[in-house]
Ligand binder design. Structure first.
Ligand SMILES: Nc1ncnc2c1ncn2[C@@H]1O[C@H](COP(=O)(O)OP(=O)(O)O)[C@@H](O)[C@H]1O
Ligand SMILES: [Mg+2]
Length: 318
């Protein structure tokens, strides 16, 4: 059996960094820091909003090292039994409790296979689940009643993520948890990287091309600055906006977004199409401030007007 031994002395961290970087747009800095923590044998919390490339980074590292990546979502239903595993109740009735009728949960699977356990929305898990996790982290082993002691493979790591905009809050976790993990804050990509990511995931803007990509990234980024919003959309919204706008352009027979130097008529086909596509791609991804009396559609209308009417010069990319 292959037992990947991930210690600073056995992995070529420089080669890993160089190869993983070829799968990513930007994020060189974050990649270096995460790799260093993992190679040092540490567990880490990644703190950042959704869509900032956390999964993409981790998946690329896990694939590079050929180790499993197990996903779990932290929520109130994530009991210790769900994380660790449970005895199959039907078989227990027939056979009584036996090690071989135990169904391993993701924590056990990650420990046994030497994988990364990726626990998203870490802060939403109940306290008893987090405590179970903490002792597994501290001991690198876990005692399971009627099964025995499971010892983690050396490459087992916990990577937790949390969203700083989460209203459940990231401060409820006790200091004993924070004291056991490294932490990296991951913010939204810069505009240049977002343009690159959208190009990569949405075929360079499809038939509407670069102007659409520039507009999609600009309006998506504007949702993060809008005063009525608690949380704006990630680059996922920009990717969807480009994909949706392209399909809509087929339905409506709109063949071009206009070349980058043309001044747009806001009543033209392309700007109108953009507003409709923005509603579909972005309205569910923006979160109004509790104190604000508005609607996602109204906020998007303001952002659209800013881009396509009030400030048309900015609509020209480059
Ligand atoms: N640095 C990056 N390079 C390439 N694609 C990226 C990058 N960051 C994000 N993406 C793309 O953006 C989307 C969201 O990224 P993801 O890794 O799932 O974010 P998170 O896990 O932080 O929610 C995915 O479609 C992913 O492919
Ligand atoms: Mg993710």
């Amino acid at each position: 059996m292959r037992e990947p031994e991930l210690t600073a002395s056995t992995i070529d961290i420089v080669a890993t960094r160089d190869r993983v970087a070829t799968h990513l747009v930007g994020r060189e800095h974050e990649l270096e820091l995460i790799l260093s923590a993992i190679a040092a044998g540490r567990d880490i919390v990644l703190e950042g909003p959704p869509g900032t490339g956390k999964t993409t980074l981790l998946r690329s590292i896990a694939e590079e090292w050929g180790i499993p990546l197990l996903f779990v979502e932290g929520n109130a239903d994530l009991t210790p039994a769900k994380l660790v595993g449970h005895h199959n109740p039907a078989r227990v009735l027939k056979e009584d409790y036996r090690a071989d009728n135990f169904v391993a949960g993701p924590l056990l699977e990650a420990m046994q296979s030497g994988g990364f356990l990726y626990l998203e929305e870490f802060n939403r898990a109940p306290d008893d689940t987090i405590n179970t996790l903490l002792s597994a982290l501290a001991e690198r082993q876990i005692a399971v009643p009627r099964v025995g002691t499971i010892v983690a493979q050396p490459s087992f790591r916990l990577i937790a993520s949390m969203n700083p905009y989460d209203n459940v809050g990231t401060t409820r976790l006790s200091t004993s948890i924070h004291d056991r993990m490294c932490r990296l804050s991951i913010d939204y990509q810069d505009e240049f990287a977002e343009l690159g990511i959208v190009d990569l995931r949405a075929q360079d803007g499809g038939r509407l091309g670069e102007r659409l990509v520039a507009d999609a990234v600009a309006v998506t980024r504007a949702t993060r600055e809008h005063p009525d919003l608690r949380q704006g959309s990630s680059v996922r919204g920009a990717i969807d906006l480009v994909l949706v706008a392209n399909e809509l352009s087929l339905l409506r027979g709109v063949s071009t977004a206009g070349d980058s130097s043309t001044r747009l008529d806001p009543d033209g086909d392309y700007p109108r199409l953009m507003f409709d596509a923005m509603v579909v791609a972005l309205s569910g991804r923006i979160h109004l401030d509790e104190a604000v009396e508005s609607t996602p559609e109204r906020v998007l209308r303001e952002i659209w007007e800013d881009r396509f009417i009030l400030n048309p010069a900015a609509a020209a990319p480059g």
